[in-house]
Write a new protein. Sequence first.
Lengths: 331, 251
Amino acid sequence: MAQGGSRRGVASRAYEFLLRPEASVIVVSVALVIYFEIANQNFLTNANVQTVSQFVAAPVIIACGEIMLLICREIDLSVGQVFALAPFIMENVNDIGVPVPLAILAALAVCALIGLVIGLITIGLSVPSFITTLGMLFLITGLTLTISRGYPANTAGGPWLTGIMGEWAYSEIVWALAIVAIMHVVLRHTRWGLHTIAIGGNITAAAEAGIAINRIKIGNFVLTSTLGGLTGLLEAFRVGSIDPLAGGSNIMFLGVASGVIGGTAIAGGAGTIIGGLVGGIMLGVMQDGFTLQGINAFTFDIIIGAAILIAMVANIHLARLRSHAPRGGAR
Amino acid sequence: MSEAIRAENLVKTFGSVTALNGVSMRVERGETLGILGDNGAGKSTLIKILTGYHQPDAGQVYVDGKPVRLGSVDEARALGIECVYQDLALVNGLSIYHNMFLNRELLWGGPLKLLDHRAMRRRAAAALDEIGVAIPSVELEVGQLSGGQRQAIAVARAVSSNARILLLDEPLAAMGAREARLIIDLIDRLRGRGDIAIVMIAHNYAQTLEICDRVMLVQHGEVTFESHAATTSAEELLDIVRREYRAARAG
């Protein structure tokens, strides 16, 4: 939103840009890449960039859904469990003779249905989504374990389809970037996105204006579950096997953290999809970089945890600075 | 001047509490009516009936002289009745132009239905210009504005969405002198257009007498006084309030 501000000086524009959460995260990510490249010559090799892109893709796709929910003051804690369930639905539907592409669609439909159920319970019974999805988290884990009987399985499908769905080294990141592009347009350039922000910003004002609050919230639950299922399918095809304990809360929190690091307000009303992408990239770079450094697995979690904490605290304070900036329009 | 809205003998009870006990009022186009009264006197019940939020137990509302049924907020809005609340109306995190077009956004791109930000910016700026509200840029977030500016934006939104009967709920509450001046001038300009009727609820007698053409005092669900503002003083109003208060205590 830089239009209408041609009178502003370059310095104040630069200051405003740097106050944007996306910008500061990009700066930090670039610094991290430089550091890892210097400390370890292998960071920018083709093989490692592939690895980083695979670290990044899944949390970013999950983040796209969680950002929409966080903006309208909801959250989905069970998306990581839907991630694990989706491939097993696909496998079971495929086993009864349905071709793989249709089985994929069936799995996504089941995920969408789960999102619908979460939305209906949350809205219809006025339960905080934190509680609804906490319950669903355990419920879906049980469902996945029952369907799989606790055993991993192999993915089906021909080489062509498997390639598109995740086996080709860069396919998952291409999916992620495509979803980011679409969701960015949805959030910034459609009524759906604008109304999602309005609901989180001032639900009374949104209701006064006649916005269909329930429809939008439920829709965002459906979206998040479906994206969670898609991510689970992509990961399954990439790895070539399905694990009933894949994904889980870890991938969900990485998605939420990506969004929050990228500037999504946990209290709703503000956030960007691009922020989720750069937040996810930063997490991926750190995870991969510290792994290359050969840091002890236990210290690794301490460092990552501390880094996530610092990044989120920093952005909450940046948001405060931004809201006190004399001019703006930047969100 | 022609009559914009008229209410006759409105009665509304909530359980055993009688909120309105036969209240009548009328406002002409180009006129400003101030409704004064204590909390619980029935002012907000009256406003909520006029905005379609409550339905009266008895009595009738007329818009442009025709009897109407205000069954919902949407029905009232369709008749050009809009209530502006100071703090409830706007979304802080959104720009001025997004707020002004909230839920009636302009679109482009045919079946893609994308937001036409450019057209909304232009039209919002034009709408603010038209009623003389000076804001540096419609891209500013509403959260960065002062209370008076926010109120002006909310009024501008109502006017630009074709509201011709404006109900202002405490438009000057919690405002400094300069901020209040902004809104008083805006109300003056809207009255000057001649096609809008304004009903404002207020607490401050002197301020209300300054702004409005007529004032009305509502106490315990009844209209106890009604007169032209020019011939009324704040002391006179206070006297009536005190007298009624003593009578209520004696009774």
